[in-house]
Design a protein around this ligand. Sequence first.
Ligand code: NAD
Length: 268
Amino acid sequence: MIPGMTSGNPPGPHGTAAAAGVDLTGRTALVTGAGSGIGRACATALAAAGARVHVVDMAAAAANTVAEAIGGRAHVVDLARAETVGELPADVDILVNNAGLQHVAPLTEFPPDRFALMQRVMVHAPFLLIRRTLPHMRAHGWGRIVNVSSAHGLRASAFKAGYVTAKHALEGLSKVAAVEGAPYGVTSNCVNPGYVRTPLVERQIAAQAAAHGIDAGQVVSDVLLSRSAVKRLIEPEEVAAAVLWLCGPHTGYVTGASIPLDGGWTAA
Ligand code: NAD
């Protein structure tokens, strides 16, 4: 048992692990950006399935709260600083590269330092973490790398140069990890949500309103959901369910894939 961590099993005779059909007892997971939104939902779902979970986030209070709630271990690090990645555990079976940030601005006004920060957090840190954890996965003949990409890993939108660039790069990284991991029982996949009901999107609604010169309600109906056939935001728990499925017993042949969770956006 890793100090400071419990098995993450929920109380009760069977917990939700049996209900989800995924038993991760004995597995260790590391989830970045696990203090909020999708990452928190993933950490919670993985812990409920029996995994020990490393909760990684730069927001100390959020990381500690989530770790305490799920019986995991908090790591307060800024993933933009490459040297901090070396402080994180390497002996993990499941890596969820989720931490991310958004900045909305026309390309000609996009701040270069913001662009660079987004690549560090959403491309360079996942690269370093895969590089760091893949040897353990390979040695044990099993591993699951799940990269939280986006519909914007597959499509572009105006005013999102930093984000679209980073997510497309993450797609490529995920595929290389899939090819290199396959001989050792390690899969690597992306999940590609549309707009998820999280603080990141709540902040974005205000930013998009300013960029497009429209009000917040119009941003949701005319911008965020304009390309989605399903006219609602997706919930973080729905994304976590797909991540959990990728860590389950029936997905050894699913690798190098990008799974749209986008209400039909990229189908249209
Ligand atoms: P969120 O803002 O709710 O959570 C992101 C978390 O990442 C925060 O806790 C934040 O502290 C952490 N984080 C950010 N920068 C960090 C850094 N440098 N070091 C350590 N931690 C850092 O966002 P979310 O909506 O849950 O997004 C999570 C992931 O899902 C992101 O990669 C995002 O691009 C992706 N995504 C989100 C949506 C959406 O609509 N919300 C859609 C598609 C993809």
